[in-house]
Design a protein around this ligand. Structure first.
Ligand SMILES: C[S@@+](CC[C@H](N)C(=O)[O-])C[C@H]1O[C@@H](n2cnc3c(N)ncnc32)[C@H](O)[C@@H]1O
Length: 277
């Protein structure tokens, strides 16, 4: 089926409203040719209006999920921007450990987590540090809107490229190598949790609970301004007082948003929640 640019823009705008990602006009045609066309064939659509109507009426949740999966960019790897994890382990968690009662779980959210490397990296570094996890409980949760990447995160099998920034001794301790693939060892898998969630779905986000630290790296760059502001407001609402937000190196909180204070801690810039009380 051929689709004109007006229809493609309609589809782009619908997805932009739903999930925040904004695809520029000049990229639409190629995404259609490479991916959406096949998806429409798979679901037996030969009429755009029928397909779009079904989408709006939420007639087929699998179709919607697969369409979303087509639009996401999932690049990630272990120890990406490691200095941010070092800031977390060496400064932020020791500080939170002092101010939170020992009976309170310290919760860390990776939103989005893609195929899981970011959350596993945090778990590995917490285990390497050793003292904090002996002392108290941590909850590590990773969420993403793309159901394919969450399945891969749960599976925990990675390519050599994905683990290339990890020192050999860490690979040996936390992975089983088989036929050029790296399988996360069971004890590490048990330390993390993954879930499909749309960050812009404020009710689903609220249901996750409150967090001490949120990592949201390399997603907001794909969002339009309105969705980015919405996501930041949601992160604010689920961060505990004294909580911290980490963004990707190309992402900033607009100056007029006064919900977070920018700080340099260790080698990284982080955002601390400004308490609303
Ligand atoms: C480039 S990856 C970033 C992964 C990881 N945080 C990192 O920096 O390595 C961006 C991820 O954002 C996810 N994403 C995009 N829009 C989302 C939304 N509305 N809710 C949840 N995840 C979303 C995509 O599915 C994709 O896996």
């Amino acid at each position: 089926m051929e689709i004109d640019s007006l229809k493609l823009k309609k589809l782009r705008n619908y997805l932009n409203d739903e999930i925040g990602i904004y695809v520029e006009d000049d990229k639409l045609k190629s995404i259609y040719e490479r991916k959406i066309k096949k998806l429409l064939e798979k679901f037996d659509y030969d009429n755009f209006n029928k397909f779009f109507k079904d989408l709006l009426l939420r007639k087929n949740s699998l179709l919607k999920q697969e369409l979303i999966n087509v639009f996401t960019v999932n690049e990630t790897y272990f120890f990406r921007e490691k200095h941010q994890f070092d800031t977390l382990i060496n400064y932020i968690l020791p500080e939170l450990d002092k101010i939170r009662p020992l009976s309170e779980v310290i919760s860390i959210l990776c939103a989005p987590v893609s195929t899981g490397e970011e959350l596993y990296s945090i778990a590995i570094l917490l285990m390497e540090e050793g003292k904090l996890i002996k002392k108290r409980d941590f909850l590590l949760l990773g969420i993403d809107i793309d159901s394919n990447v969450i399945s891969k995160a749960k599976e925990g099998i990675y390519s050599a490229r994905s683990v290339q920034k990890l020192p050999p001794e860490i690979i040996k301790k936390y992975f089983i190598e088989k036929n050029g693939k790296y399988m996360v060892r069971d004890f590490l898998k048990k330390a993390v949790n993954f879930k499909v969630v749309n960050i812009l779905d404020r009710y689903a986000m609220k249901r996750l609970g409150m967090f001490d630290v949120i990592f949201s790296r390399n997603m907001l760059i794909y969002f339009d301004e309105k969705s980015k502001r919405e996501a930041l407001a949601i992160f604010y609402s689920i961060l505990k007082d004294e909580g911290y937000l980490f963004l990707g190196h190309a992402e900033r909180i607009p100056n007029d948003i006064k919900l977070f204070k920018s700080l340099k801690i260790g080698e990284s810039f982080v955002y601390k929640k400004v308490s609303d009380s």
